[in-house]
Ligand binder design. Structure first.
Ligand SMILES: *Cc1c(COP(=O)(O)O)cnc(C)c1O
Length: 424
């Protein structure tokens, strides 16, 4: 097998068509940031649109709703329309609103319609906790016992799911399926096209949590005929802490009453009639509730612009190269250590981050941080490493693995306790 060196990494950076985007981000050059799948970094474009939004408040006051470069009244729709290219939707199927959890609540309230015995919701035992909590809320609101009506597909290895197992749980009594596009720990990509097809064969609606895939991999939600989807914009999309989330509703469902209505569900032209009879939009905009969080939306104007310019297919291409390079180096440099690569290896199943396990993971992460590398610890013994296409480099991947090797060789990690912090 070829032995990779630092020169190799330099060469890969020199050939990288996306290399120029790194200069557009605020990078702390003392550190190597590998946590862009938890909170993406600030770009100059996002900063600019955020500051412009403050300026429109300064200059226009209340008139900012309809005046200025990005009138606030239409911003959720206009960013949604542009974000649609990232999920493979048409512009009217996407709205930027709420948060992941809030949007899931809205979609459950809208799409979960138990019919006699057909009332179960199917998800998986590796799901992100907030998704489970939201689903349980809606079962309880309908008067059901989540212990009976929530089905969680089991993982065979504790890290990944088998599509076959999911499909075999799509039984007659299942009404709705909610699954991640990419599992937040192992980074496994589920085959959304196939799962949607199988759900629909059984008269089951299906929605996906895109938190780890938006801005990281391309999607074709409309072509796959997915019913709905929801996501956050502060991870790969670099929208900033607490950035407004996103929501997709297949055009087939346009006109469906929002389960949780508010005056921003209204048709725009009717909203200020102030009538007590809601006339909701006939597109994804109907699933908004109240006044949009304009200041938490503003950075997305600049950020989405950058994604459109760079192109999601190019981003994915580089992301795959980065994670592949990292896996190869881990095998080359750390073969004698007890690291286990838990993310799927094939390209079509591997998302934007690696997930490795080690019994000393918590203190290895502390030692990495002490050495200027920002990983992401996941209890009890997982390390997520996300080399991000728009701002990380192959040389950073090289340096990360060299640092990890040094920490293991000299036993530096043993200086720390093997416990996690409050946020991990
Ligand atoms: C990050 C993440 C969330 C976060 O939900 P918020 O409402 O934005 O706090 C939800 N689901 C998954 C899978 C995530 O990775």
């Amino acid at each position: 097998m070829e032995h990779f060196t630092m020169e190799h990494a330099i060469q890969l950076d020199n050939q990288d068509p996306l290399a120029k985007y790194r200069q557009e981000f605020y990078i702390n050059h003392e550190k190597i940031y590998l946590d862009g799948n938890s909170l993406g970094l600030l770009s100059k474009r996002a900063e600019k649109t955020a500051l412009e939004m403050l300026k429109s408040w300064k200059n226009y006051g209340i008139e900012g709703w309809t005046e200025g470069e990005n009138p606030w009244f239409y911003v959720s729709e206009s960013v949604g329309e542009r974000m649609a290219t990232l999920v493979g939707a048409n512009g009217r199927e996407v709205i930027v609103t709420g948060s992941t959890t809030g949007n899931l609540h809205q979609l459950l309230a809208t799409f979960y319609e138990p019919q006699g015995n057909k009332k179960k919701i199917l998800t998986d035992e590796l799901a992100f906790p907030t998704d489970i909590y939201a689903i349980k809320s809606h079962l309880k609101l309908k008067g059901f016992d989540p212990d009976n009506e929530l089905i969680k597909v089991k993982s065979r290895d504790g890290h990944t799911l088998s599509e076959k197992d999911i499909i075999s749980e799509m039984k007659d009594d299942v009404r709705l399926v909610i699954l991640p596009s990419i599992l937040y720990r192992s980074g496994q990509i589920l085959n959304m096209s196939k799962l949607t097809e199988e759900a629909h064969k059984r008269d089951i609606l299906i929605g996906f949590d895109l938190c780890h895939s938006i801005g990281s991999i391309p999607h074709q939600l409309t072509q796959w005929d997915v019913d709905f989807a929801f996501w956050c914009n502060y991870k790969h999309l670099n929208g900033g802490p607490g950035a407004v989330g996103g929501l997709y509703v297949n055009q087939r469902h346009f006109g469906r009453e929002p389960g949780l209505a508010g005056w921003f569900s209204s048709k725009k032209e009717n909203q200020f009639d102030m009538d007590h009879q809601l006339v909701s939009e006939d597109h994804a905009g109907a699933y908004q509730m109240g006044t949009p969080h304009i200041l938490s939306l503003a950075p997305l104007l600049g950020s989405v612009d950058m994604f459109q310019e760079a192109g999601i297919h190019k981003i994915r291409e580089k992301s795959l190269k980065l994670t592949e390079f990292m896996m190869t180096l881990l095998e080359q440099e750390l073969a004698k250590e007890e690291f286990i690569i838990r993310n799927p290896v094939p390209d079509e199943q591997r998302g934007g981050h690696l997930f490795i396990e080690h019994s000393d993971a918590a203190r290895i992460c502390k030692a990495l941080k002490e050495n200027g590398i920002v990983p992401d610890f996941r209890s009890p013994n997982g390390i997520r490493l996300a080399p991000v296409a728009l701002y990380n480099t192959f040389v950073e991947v090289w340096k990360t693995v060299q640092t990890l090797k040094r920490i293991m060789d000299n036993g530096e990690y043993r200086k720390y306790t093997n416990e996690r912090g409050v946020i991990a």
